[in-house]
Design a binder for this molecule. Sequence first.
Ligand SMILES: [Fe+2]
Length: 442
Amino acid sequence: MSEERPVVTVQLMLRACQGLKLYPAQHPSLQKQIAEWHRCLQQMLLVRPEVVLGVHQRTLFCNDFLFVDGFPSAESLRALFESWGIGRMVIRRGVQPVELADFLVLLTGGRGHCELLAVRMQQAGIRHLEVGPEDEQEASGRARRIYEQAISVTESIINDVRIGKIPQTGAAIDAVRAMVETTLAEPHALLALTLIKDYDDYTFRHSVNVSVIALAVGRACGLDEAALRVLGLGALLHDLGKLKIDIGIINKPGQLTSEEFERIQQHPEEGVRILQRMEAIPGEAIQMALGHHLRYDRQGYPRAAARMNLPETVHMVAIADAYDAMTTLRPYQQPMTPRKAVERMLEVRGSIYHPELLARFAEHVGPYPVGSLVRLTSSEVGLVTEAGMGKTDGVSLKILFDAAGHRLRQPEKRDLATAELDCIVADVDPASRGILIADYLD
Ligand SMILES: [Fe+2]
């Protein structure tokens, strides 16, 4: 019996959310739905001072009841909560139907960081409802699980291609869906993970990283969720054709012979051939594989694709591919800091990279992108853990070295408000401080 009311309240809340797509908040049908939801909440508030709804480890809960499976309404509500990064929503005694209606208008009327929603709720005079983010540790743990899941899906796809098998698509679609949801709800944690540069499994990581970074580019450019899913999938699978090229040529550090270079240039078309044989790969994702080495000025390869009318997402993948490659240590290349990589790319916008898309990405990640190591005017050195990407109130850091240059045993969390940002004076090469960024990402 105890689960009945949580189930009903979630159903009534979702029904009112859906009603808002059809009617304005003042419409009698909607008012009726909200009154019903309000009545249900009142019953629950008779026995406890507050009703708590939230998301825990990707599962919706209401008070002590977990919506484990078989509740479609819970799934829709979870997705809605996650689109705002809401971990907990508290409804207190005294709540009025008008507050519920105003809240639902805000909740369904956009997406962003949950702090933004909290500010809007305050402005709207909503006093008996509160929203808060998921516990930070939990959010970064969730991002890591999703990222690792994507790595393992990619590994199995790559292994299939290597042995000449046609890979299954379902797991990749699911992994990308989870990455899209996280990119919308909590973009910092996922982007930070792309800076784990484990040399041993570069091939898998690079594919996943390009997907994550492409999603950040796509989000910066205002793509909706459905378009992001196509972009994420295309980016994840964009380089499969490389597996058909002799590994000796791919990893050759010196100058390639013209025959070797010609062979490398065939990998986008090899990739197209693989993707065409896989199930349910959208045509646009195949175009991403075809065009990811074409420059904005239509130089690059394959030459046959230069005359084609390709979608803008192709340029987004090219930007993501370059950003990840530039920030990665490889046998023949020192990695650049995220800031340096963006700067370098901006220098060649309009020739190599699509100028507007790149500018939006650069603006989106901010002057010190997540994962940058920075020096402050105090001489302390910190790692940027949150910046840009919807965060409008400054940056969050983990201070790793004190003013005297000693490494702290326990990194110290610090938030810099927008007005304090000029205390960041430079970005620091992690290698010069013996830092492995990955050690500090949890
Ligand atoms: Fe490639």
